[in-house]
Structures are given as C-alpha cells and as structure tokens.
Design a protein around this ligand. Sequence first.
Ligand SMILES: Nc1ncnc2c1ncn2[C@@H]1O[C@H](COP(=O)(O)OP(=O)(O)OP(=O)(O)O)[C@@H](O)[C@H]1O
Ligand SMILES: [Mg+2]
Length: 283
Amino acid sequence: MIQVKNLSFTYPGAQAPTLKALSFEISEGEIFGFLGPSGAGKTTAQKILYKILHGFEGEISIKGKALTHWGKEYQEMIGVGFELPNHYLKLTAKENMALFAAFYPKEKLLRLEDLFEMVGLEAHINKKVEAFSKGMKMRLNFIRAIMHDPEIIFFDEPTAGLDPVNARKIRDHILALRAKGKTIFITTHNMTSADELCDRVAFIADGEILVTDSPATLKHQHGREAVKVELKSGQTEEFPLKELGQNVSFADFLRQGELLRINTLEATLEEVFIQLTGKSLKA
Ligand SMILES: Nc1ncnc2c1ncn2[C@@H]1O[C@H](COP(=O)(O)OP(=O)(O)OP(=O)(O)O)[C@@H](O)[C@H]1O
Ligand SMILES: [Mg+2]
C-alpha cells in the first residue's frame, strides 16, 4: 500500500537532515507504527506522507503510484489524526465536523451521531470546542480523521493526553478499523500502544530507522526465555522456560514455601528499544 525508499528530509535552513534515508513498507490492512522518542522525526515523516511537507528526497509510492503524482483525490483516500488538534475553538464540535466534512464527497461521510457516540462525545456535540478538555479535543480529532471512511489512516500520537479509559477506547477503535481492512500508520513514544496495536513497528531515533519487525519477534529475540519465581519468604529463583514442566528443581522450589508470584522474563518493547538504540523512549 505504502512504499518508502531512502526518504531523507532537511527543514529549510536546518544544518542537518531530520530524516536520513528511511525505508519501509506498509501492507494493506496492517497497522504499522513508528516508535521513537521526542524529536526522532516521526511527525516529520508523516507530514511528508500526507503531503503537508514538500521537498523530500527518495521515493514514496502509494498504491503503486508516486506520491507526487497523486492529486486532490489523495486527500479523500487518506485520513489524518493530527498530533496537535487544530479545531476552530469558537465553533461547536458539530460545526467543526461540518466544516471539514465539506472537503469530502457526501456519500462517503459516516453519520455524525455515530461518530460522536463512538468516542463518548454525544452529549457535547453542540458545545464550543474552547470548552473541551485536551482529551475531548483528541477524541474529536480522532473522529475527524475517519469521518470520510478513508482507506489509509495516519494517527500521530493518537492516545497522547488521554486518560487510561479513553486511551483504551481509542486503541480499540484503531483495532476495529484494522478489522475493517484499513491501512493504518501510527506514531507513538508509548511502548504499550506500539506493542498492542502494531503488526509491525519501526524503531526510529535521530531520523533513522534502526529495526523493523513485529513487537512479538523483537521481544522474543531480545528477551530471556525464563520465569522468575518468588516465594512469600522472599526467596527468588529463575528457571528456563524450556521444558519447565519437566524441570525437577522448579517443582522442588515451588514446594519450599508459599508462592508469591511467577513472572516471565520476556523483554518489554522499551527494553528492546534501549538495547538497540542506546536511547530511552522518554528522552
Ligand atoms: N518546522 C520545523 N522547522 C525546523 N525543524 C523542525 C520543524 N519541525 C520539526 N523540526 C525538527 O525536526 C526534528 C524532528 O521533529 P518531529 O516533530 O518530526 O519529531 P517527533 O518524533 O514527532 O517528536 P515528538 O515525539 O515530540 O512528537 C526535531 O529536531 C525538530 O526540532
Ligand atoms: Mg511528533
């Protein structure tokens, strides 16, 4: 669906490139993610893909056609959930949606009521957006991105600033969009989002992609295949996962006292990120 080869970009007047020869592909119906710390270049890369930033080097093709050859119809095919919601604050939520709806063919538009209900904003439909909290603006931003039922959707930090319940809902909606066959490109510095949502994730730091793979593979390759057993007495011991059922010392250890907990020692995506990039996601 999306093919990017050697994408480089330097902001006008900047000393050094912000993106350095990025290459990745996104298949139809997949959720692909950029995971990286602040300033890595995630938003810059997305802005190029949704044609807000021009003057890149490299090749980008969407559905087999060069990005630069796509015309107005491209904006109808894609949906964009911007990083910083840019609504008209003096207008109501409904008026905001109506303004943006005007860009799309009527027959493509989803029902406004359904969209508002989807993100729990139905009671606020006629409220001015200036009275919205950050999380409410993010949810409005989300439905604005999908109101025309686009095939390809970009979400730049879709759960930033949301409380856990609303973040959960947005993640579920993103998964539901995938189930409908949409192609989705998200950016995040939240490893939980990346881990849960992405079929494949690219680690990006300082404008470079260091690795691209499924979260499960990355954690498997870089984690330890073992369990840590802790007894209420405070005694702990680790045992390899391999043939754990037949491991006599594991069974003996369990009999030594009352069990407090057993944890697998699989790496988290953040630990893998640090191992591979030498950087924390929080930086
Ligand atoms: N308009 C601009 N002009 C010049 N430099 C810019 C501009 N926008 C971003 N940059 C620089 O490009 C780099 C990448 O920024 P970008 O916004 O793409 O990062 P990001 O990975 O999205 O970070 P965050 O997680 O904070 O959103 C940063 O060093 C930033 O300062
Ligand atoms: Mg960003």
